[in-house]
Design a protein around this ligand. Structure first.
Ligand SMILES: [Zn+2]
Length: 147
């Protein structure tokens, strides 16, 4: 049977975010590359925060999409109180931004759930969140230049 080198037996190994070393240790620094390690409990708390944030983003986007859909559908109805007066291009941007924010919500939820279950980050999900975040800012920049 394999005995962990450090820490109490059966404790969850920490994963170095820098060199991906899996190690059971009470140290807060990676023994291989000296990169700071995070406590498994800290990662789990952050995971819960990410899951809540993910659910929040997804539900806000779902509600907003529903509202926008209704407003757009009323576009040709002169008696409607709220009507969409933008062009198809504006609408496309709105849908694009909503889609990206929704994806950020999904990945945040998935990443948080992963952290709660496994006690460590999933680097692919973390990267996906960064990519979607960058995409969101890019769309925001394009919109602010065009409007
Ligand atoms: Zn390391």
């Amino acid at each position: 049977m394999l005995e962990p080198k450090y820490g109490s037996p059966g404790s969850i190994p920490k994963t170095c975010p820098n060199c991906s070393l899996d190690i059971v240790t009470e140290e807060m620094v990676c023994p291989q590359c000296r990169h700071p390690l995070q406590k498994v409990s800290t990662l789990r708390v952050l995971g819960v925060v990410q899951v809540i944030l993910g659910i929040f983003l997804m539900s806000v986007m779902a509600v907003l999409s529903f509202l926008i859909f209704n407003i757009v559908r009323n576009a040709d109805d002169p008696s409607a109180t709220t009507r969409f007066t933008g062009s198809d291009k504006d609408l496309l941007f709105i849908i694009g931004i909503f889609g990206v924010v929704f994806l950020v919500g999904v990945t945040s939820f998935a990443g948080g759930a992963w952290q709660i279950i496994f006690g460590k980050r999933n680097k692919y999900i973390t990267r996906a969140i960064l990519v979607f975040g960058a995409l969101f800012m890019l769309i925001g920049l394009v919109v602010s230049f065009l409007t």
